[in-house]
Write a protein that binds this ligand. Structure first.
Ligand SMILES: Cc1cc2nc3c(=O)[nH]c(=O)nc-3n(C[C@H](O)[C@H](O)[C@H](O)COP(=O)(O)O)c2cc1C
Length: 343
């Protein structure tokens, strides 16, 4: 029997197949289903910065509104507690998840401002979360904010959370940093226990009839796996922290590829939304089949076997292969033997 066990963020998992944040991870019954079909850990949908800001503003408003009418502003706290802006529900979700399933539960925070997060991260920890995933979901739209300034803000946030929490912190990032390798190494130095590569931005579309900008959520395709595949392969040798590969994981073969290039776990959302929780069992069976066929006994044995450091052709991860690919595509297209683009 192949041994699928792996370690992620210091947590011992039965397999490298993790259910990433999405609609299926936001309900205790669905979580039971995910566990039943083989998820080795679950990332809850995010608590969004906007929810926390809303609650913080509301607390400020209630305090200022009643400050003069009462001797002690703290006497307002029960009323404030009654105002439910979503954070309480989230804490209930963490508790419900912990009693519904035995696998680790990773709570998720989504945004980039420091705001009141520290307090909420501690509340999530107290509610029983086994780890926290911080999703640095930001679109760098302001031309006066430099990449360096933005990254330094992100490092500050990670360091603050990592210092205060006793549970591990993973950071989910986009691929849109100018020097991705340097940024990810910086996250490790700031105290992150793992990186999740990558989150997926939902890009707006334009309705040509109404001229409205429409938010569009589209599920991923297996072709999108290549981005986490490349960066996991490149970064494995530079990181002692965990790597979770996310985006485009639709089959057990995708999971096998990601482990081979160095991932500790592979996360999936779109494939489960398309095919249901039972698809986890198919993913696991495909991974086991591939491992048996290729005589791998364990995930540990496979991990990083073809990362950039171990690969026979490290340049394939980078630019060098670009010319070769263009040449062979062109020659296939024109139906003749490969041309050299150098001459
Ligand atoms: C409908 C939907 C809701 C999602 N909600 C969250 C969320 O709350 N927090 C988060 O970090 N990622 C969220 N994601 C992103 C997924 O966790 C995942 O990173 C992304 O979909 C790429 O993985 P995939 O190719 O397996 O779908 C969501 C994705 C979808 C499709």
């Amino acid at each position: 029997m192949t041994d699928l066990r792996t370690t992620y963020l210091g947590l011992e998992l039965d397999s490298p197949i993790v259910a990433s944040a999405g609609p299926l991870t936001g309900d205790a019954d669905r979580m039971k289903d995910l566990e039943l079909h083989g998820a080795s850990a679950i990332v809850l949908p995010s608590l969004f910065e906007e929810q926390i800001e809303h609650e913080t503003n509301e607390i400020d408003r209630l305090f200022s509104l009643h400050h003069d009418s009462f001797g002690e502003a703290t006497s307002m706290l029960p009323e404030i507690d009654d105002y439910n802006s979503g954070v309480d529900c989230y804490l209930d979700l963490v508790e419900a998840a912990k009693s519904a399933v035995d696998i680790p539960i990773i709570a998720s925070l989504n945004g980039t401002n420091i705001g009141g997060w520290l307090r909420y991260a501690q509340l999530l920890q107290d509610a029983g979360a086994d780890a926290i995933e911080l999703n640095l979901y930001a679109v760098a739209a302001d031309p006066i904010v430099s990449g360096a300034a933005l990254e330094s803000e992100h490092f500050g946030l990670v360091a603050l959370l990592a210092d205060e929490l006793t549970i591990p912190l993973a950071v989910k990032i986009s691929p849109n940093y100018s020097s991705l390798s340097s940024f990810v190494v910086g996250l490790q130095e700031a105290g992150a226990a793992g990186v999740v590569m990558f989150n997926r931005f939902y890009l707006p579309d334009l309705d040509l009839e109404t001229l409205d900008i429409m938010p569009r959520i589209a599920l991923s395709t297996p072709e999108e796996l290549r981005l986490p595949l490349r960066w996991t392969g490149i970064l494995r040798e530079h990181l002692s922290m965990s790597i979770a590969a996310s985006t485009g994981v639709h089959s057990g073969y995708d999971v096998a590829k990601l482990i081979l290039v160095g991932a500790d776990v592979a996360m999936t959302t779109s494939a489960l939304l398309r095919n249901g929780a039972a698809h986890l069992a198919t993913i696991e069976a495909q991974l086991r089949d591939w491992m048996s066929e290729h005589e791998y006994e364990s995930v540990t044995q496979m991990r990083g076997a073809v990362s950039r450091a171990s690969s026979a052709d490290p340049s394939a991860y980078e630019r060098a292969n670009y010319i070769g690919n263009l040449a062979s595509y062109t020659s296939n297209f024109l139906g003749r033997s490969p041309i050299s683009l150098r001459n």
